[in-house]
Design a protein around this ligand. Structure first.
Ligand code: MN
Ligand code: MN
Length: 462
């Protein structure tokens, strides 16, 4: 063989996804991305994602799972875990003793939660105190329009749904210092320029009543909230209100090849796993399970995070219906821990190791292991498992790449992978490369979104 033939035979053929995307799939890719954008606009909180997920699933014939329900191949069920986590399954042709195929993603995203006693007045303006949720870079959340989404749970058991700032509604904002007076602030490190206690939402400025009264702006705001939603200041105590960016998902670039939005991490994988499940045309060989979990951004703990026994209960219930011990099912199961990764950003090239960084438009990115500084906290998938997934993806023409996040000593991150692997489920991390992850406005490539959908479908059908 000559040099060229040797090159072809033994060297890697890494290529941009657009050089591998069949022309016939362009339309499907763009159609998928439009649906994904609509999902993002409908789901700016984990609760809204659950609601929208159920709406889409029910339209495809999914029913709420009831314990003891008789299920046969092709049946579609879901469990709504406390409005914040969604678990769906399409029953397969094989017994659960043969294991299930899982796509696990999370639908919570970094944001600013209201404190229990949020409302106050200062400088004759009304504000809401927040406590940031997840790994936010605080300076990114000032001077951008914000919305307030969530629920106020009343003592009588009713829930009041709040969505302030949608559409033409007024927005909220957090102010920053003007450059003219910013000399001292400018000297601070980036992570101290804006502090957690400065993340206060401006919510009003017009006073009510006459000049003798105190805190007239606060009263005016509370009156407006009461008139519109019917709750009082005390009801903030049992509320979950989340400030999220007031921005719709939008195409980025003259070529419209990317999507900018709030909450790609990790709704971009969550939607892929969900849509692929809804699009299964017939009963798959193995039972297909889609998990949309909450609380990943703060450690996956609690009743709706991936640590929750609600997942084990769901699997036990399904297995019990077939007389299969759940441990037998789990040890034969496979899970794609679908979560985003950091895309190589030439603006910040020095934190990446170029040969092992994920790239926009190179497809869904597999991560054999996550963790940081010496793989600490990693779930390290076995070589055999990676080989299995390579085969599954290649058979279905999924464009994929493999990378790790950043330079060895630069940092790192984790996903729910270890929580699934700890349950004796073979698990591999994979997800969409993101620019500006955790920012109020993140960017992904359409090709990578679509390939993550194809990858999820390939897993369900494997
Ligand atoms: Mn994530
Ligand atoms: Mn994250």
């Amino acid at each position: 063989m000559d040099v060229k033939e040797w090159k072809d035979k033994v060297l890697s053929h890494k290529k941009n996804g657009y050089d591998r995307l069949p022309a016939a799939e362009r339309e499907a890719m763009n159609a998928y991305c439009e649906q994904y954008k609509a999902f993002l606009d409908a789901g700016k909180t984990e609760r809204e994602c659950v609601r929208e997920g159920i709406r889409l699933a029910e339209a495809q014939g999914f029913r709420p799972y009831q314990r003891g329900m008789e299920l046969k191949a092709g049946d579609k069920v879901y469990v709504n875990n406390r409005e914040k986590m969604l678990m769906l399954a399409v029953i397969g042709q094989k017994s659960l003793a043969e294991g299930v195929r899982i796509n696990a993603a999370h639908i919570d995203s970094p944001r600013l939660d209201l404190k229990p006693n949020p409302l106050y007045e200062d400088g004759e303006m009304a504000y809401l105190k927040t406590h940031y949720y997840g790994g936010v870079r605080k300076y990114q959340w000032v001077t951008i329009p914000l919305e307030l989404h969530g629920v106020v749970a009343m003592k009588d058991g009713k829930n009041i749904t709040v969505a302030i700032g949608e559409g033409d509604e007024p927005k909220l904002v957090i102010s920053d210092l003007l450059p003219h007076l910013g000399a001292e602030q400018n000297k601070k490190p980036l992570n101290e320029g804006i502090t957690g206690e400065q993340l206060n939402l401006l919510i009003g400025s017009e006073p009510i009543g006459d000049g003798e009264e105190k805190e007239r702006v606060k009263l005016a705001v509370m009156k407006l909230l009461y008139e519109k939603y019917g709750f009082t200041e005390d009801d903030f105590l049992s509320a979950e209100l989340e400030a999220v960016p007031a921005v719709k998902a939008t195409d980025i670039g003259l070529d419209r090849s990317m999507i900018g939005a709030y909450g790609h991490d990790d709704r971009v994988c969550g939607y892929a796993g969900l849509k692929a499940l809804l699009d299964l045309e017939s009963a798959p060989a193995h039972t297909a399970v889609c998990i949309l979990a909450d609380k990943e951004e703060v450690g996956s703990n609690g009743i709706s995070g991936m640590h929750t026994a609600a997942f084990d209960t769901f699997m036990e219930d399904l297995c019990e219906g077939q007389g299969v011990p759940v441990r037998v099912c789990l040890e034969k199961s496979f899970c794609l821990s679908a979560d985003v990764t950091a895309a190589f950003d030439p603006n910040f090239a020095d934190v990446y190791e170029k040969r092992n960084a994920s790239q926009l438009n190179y497809g869904i990115c597999l991560c054999k292991y996550t963790g940081s500084r010496g793989k600490s906290g990693a779930s390290d998938a076995s070589a055999e498992l990676v080989a299995y997934v390579r085969r599954v993806f290649d058979e279905k023409d999924v464009v994929w790449q493999m990378a790790e996040m950043g330079k060895v000593d630069a940092g790192g991150g984790g996903t729910v992978a270890l929580l699934m692997a700890n349950r004796n489920i073979d698990t591999l991390d994979a997800g969409v490369p993101v620019l500006a992850m955790h920012a109020p406005f993140e960017v992904v490539s359409k090709l990578d979104c679509y390939m993550t959908y194809k990858a999820s479908k390939a897993i369900y059908e494997a």
